[in-house]
Design a protein around this ligand. Sequence first.
Ligand SMILES: [Cu+2]
Length: 460
Amino acid sequence: MNRRNFFSGAATAVAAASVSRVALAALPEPAMQTSADTAPPLHPPTGRPYHPVVTLNGWTAPWRMNAGVKEFHLVAEPVVREVAPGFMVNMWGYNGQSPGPTIEVVEGDRVRIFVTNRLPEHTTIHWHGQRLPNGMDGVGGLTQPAIQPGKTFVYEFVARRPGTFMYHPHADEMVQMAMGMMGLWITHPKGSHPHIAKVQRDYAFLLNAFDVEPGSMTPQVNTMLEHNIWCWNSRVFPAISPLVARQGERVRIRVGNLTMTNHPIHLHGHEFEVTGTDGGPVPPSARWPEVTTDVAVGQMRQVDFIADEPGDWALHCHKSHHTMGAMGHSVPTMVGVGQADLVSKIQKIVPDYMAMGEHGMAEMGAMEMPLPDNTHPMMTGTGPFGPLEMGGMFTTLKVRANQPAGDYSDPGHFNQPPGTRAYEWQGAPANTPRPARADAPGTAPGAAHARKPSAGAHPH
Ligand SMILES: [Cu+2]
């Protein structure tokens, strides 16, 4: 089902509210999604009104109302996720994609979720952060028997607390989360809330990571830390949608972390406040300004800010290894190591060999390297001034004075006003003494470089 069909599917779900009792006694038709594009916000066709979120490279699950209960149908199943154009990964997910669809409800809603298991092994769903009856918490073996392949279970509870939550399996967790099984859950406040501001843009995404060998298509599931694909919603830069705002709008970004390490999420050009966590809204008296917020494993962070600076502003994980693509871990540091002599020797054995990183790694951003099929390159993405040299947890916040309200389309590159861009100095060159090159013939590498004083040595 493409996006157009998805919305007609939502319309069908609405119509279903007026069809026969027989139809309502059947399972709701599960909505499926084949696109990895960012779906437009799903304005609630039934139930209490709210301002919907936009899930980056994701979508919101449609529901049907059944005697006042919001009914959703999640299907746990193998999917093929387009992590970047031309880079497909075999994952496990829900309703055609990884992550699964975002579930949006309103504080006080009674929610019934049908979960059908089409995986080759059992599963459950845990509703991270929710107040609910113990038997609905989804911990296989502890609060319920696991959902066997081919079976459907029903979860039902009242969404008691407004906030940003997640869902994921609590059964063979290491494998199932390493394969991409997760989704977002947003509970909007009922009416106005003293600690939840009204926003004009509300974005949400999950941090997730995979270990996919270059040239292969299926994640290694035993990897704990050495992942090589660092994603937002199972997408990597430059394939992550930009966040768009009209200048002056209040913007909210909700970030959940289901990787195995923390991610300091950093926004350029603006300061924000953490206005909520998966524990609920943060009272204004407990907030402080930040430009980076660390999102630890199993946490949600909700940040609010006024998008008042026009431009294309980077939004990224501040761990530099996490803004790189597939080759990031196994490449040796070659900065300052002269390779010219070495290359000709190696090329006698390996004709395609090329030296990398002699003057830093930036050259790789511009290089067209031959890669195995189905491999995401290490550093990619091009801006108006050249390659960005990024490849993972990175996208842009695009603030424009003339972006129409409610328009989420990409406005393209920012047109910087004349005289506001860093420029090359055209006067006399800087007169700074340079150390002798360390790679001169007969010189030991590093010999000419400044050294840290050793213990007890006082250079002054
Ligand atoms: Cu990170």
